[in-house]
Design a binder for this molecule. Structure first.
Ligand SMILES: Cc1cc2nc3c(=O)[nH]c(=O)nc-3n(C[C@H](O)[C@H](O)[C@H](O)COP(=O)(O)OP(=O)(O)OC[C@H]3O[C@@H](n4cnc5c(N)ncnc54)[C@H](O)[C@@H]3O)c2cc1C
Length: 414
């Protein structure tokens, strides 16, 4: 099978990239999705809050996905469901396992859109028993919202990531008692609006600077011990207390799913754990592009869609052999910035380039400063910045022309 553009993953990133590739002129475009339907993680996110930037409306996850699935159908874009991509190589040959067995596909360009996996208990070393009743928040969300199973009655949530916050509300609405959300950091790792709408509105306590120091219950969880942490993240033993519960949900972070990328020697960023990309969303392997959560964890799907358009358009341009000369400089996170995507930008671009970044700490009334050598290229004032909310700076072609070397972005005075 031969295609112009093959998209791996049928979540919002894959759907957006496929539509844009087709719009740009690629004739044969296909989406390969291992699940039984298109839409990715959005299918289990039945709460609203999707699409405020993209559609100026508050949609649920399935509603947001369905708008793109409808467009995929309108554009007659092919897709294969229940089809897991097993390997890719530098020459853009793909092996997938589908309903009819192994499939070999040759692609002129590939877009990686495989999303994220959840960090599990093993990765965070919580001591204690390993009884039933311990779930990642995303698995519990899928059980409840898609399969119709209630996961527990008295619940403690470890980690204040968005999925955990949203599940605290969901479990409460379904009749469970959420005893607490326990967070190691002195700040939440979820969006502010989710803390207000999912915890405060339901009087669910958020215990910052606390950890779960033991899980009790040999066959099924029957409680957890929680302890306060000091500024060095060490346990203050005398603060430990027991909370009775039958279920523990872990919302302790997402990791971009890059087994396929590793196999083909795509350079991965140590901080984002996703591919290093340029402003065309192309990886270091020519003709292989990436977008969405596989590149870095997004809190808003609208930004995933934005990125997916860039990846889809450039994949189609590559497949059609219409590449133009580009002049890349590196973007580097300075003081106060934990990462920037894309890691390389084309200063010859005639279009705006969006830089996405996360700050390391909570900052009030500060500026984001972009420097090229000693020269300040751009300054952006921000009233409030927190690590859980992604920052976005737009570089216009006018600004790009001022850049003649690598750039560094930092938080003023951090
Ligand atoms: C619980 C939760 C709540 C959220 N709430 C909001 C919100 O309120 N508002 C908002 O804007 N955003 C929200 N988001 C963020 C948004 O949903 C995500 O950023 C977005 O879904 C990421 O899209 P994606 O396509 O990159 O990944 P995904 O949606 O994860 O899609 C990746 C797809 O790739 C497939 N795949 C992976 N590997 C392979 C393979 N080898 N072969 C074939 N297919 C493969 C997967 O099956 C999956 O369908 C939320 C996210 C979560 C998890």
């Amino acid at each position: 099978m031969k295609y112009d553009v093959v998209i791996i993953g049928g979540g919002p990133a894959g759907l957006g990239a496929a539509i844009e590739a087709k719009r740009t002129g690629a004739k044969k475009v296909i989406i390969l999705e291992r699940d039984r339907e298109l839409g990715g993680i959005l299918n289990q996110c039945i709460h609203n809050g999707f699409g405020l930037h993209e559609f100026k409306e508050e949609l649920t996850g399935p509603e947001y996905a369905s708008r793109f699935i409808d467009m995929v159908k309108e554009f007659n874009i092919e897709y294969m469901l229940n089809t897991m991509v097993l390997s890719i190589d530098e020459n853009r040959n793909i092996v997938a396992l589908g309903e009819r067995g192994l499939i070999d596909i040759s692609a002129r360009a590939i877009v990686l859109a495989m999303g994220c996996i959840e960090r599990s208990r093993g990765a965070i070393d919580v001591p204690g028993y390993r009884g039933a009743g311990i779930y990642t928040a995303g698995a519990a969300q899928r059980f409840m919202n898609m399969e119709g199973y209630m996961v527990g009655k008295r619940v403690v949530i470890y980690g204040s990531g968005d999925i955990g916050l949203i599940m605290a509300r969901r479990l409460t609405l379904e009749g469970a008692k959420v005893e607490a959300v326990v967070e190691r950091n002195p700040f939440s790792s979820g969006l502010n609006r989710n803390i207000v709408q999912c915890l405060n509105d339901y009087n669910i306590p958020l215990l910052l600077s606390h950890c779960i120091s033991y899980v009790h219950g040999r066959d099924r969880v029957n409680g957890v011990t929680i302890s306060k942490l000091d500024e060095n993240m060490d346990i203050i033993h005398e603060s430990s207390k027991f909370i009775e519960c039958d279920t523990l949900l872990l919302s302790v972070g997402l990791i971009p799913e890059n087994e396929l990328s590793r196999e083909v020697n795509i350079n991965l960023d140590n901080t984002t754990r996703g591919p290093v990309v340029n402003s065309s969303m192309e990886t270091n392997i020519e003709g292989i592009f990436a977008c969405g959560n596989v590149v870095h964890v997004h809190d808003l799907v609208d930004f995933v869609t934005k990125e997916s358009r860039i990846a889809g358009r450039n994949a189609a341009i590559y497949a059609l052999g219409e590449n133009k000369d580009k002049s890349y400089v590196k973007t580097k996170g300075g003081n106060g910035i934990s990462y920037i995507v894309p890691q390389y930008i084309d200063t010859n671009s005639n279009e705006n380039i969006d830089l996405f970044m996360r700050v390391r700490n909570i900052y009030e009334n500060k500026k984001l400063i972009i420097r090229c050598g000693e020269k300040i290229i751009l300054e952006k004032s921000r009233l409030h910045m927190i690590p859980s909310e992604m920052e976005n700076i737009k570089l216009s072609p006018h600004i790009l022309k001022k850049i003649n070397g690598d750039i560094e972005i930092c938080v003023e005075g951090a």
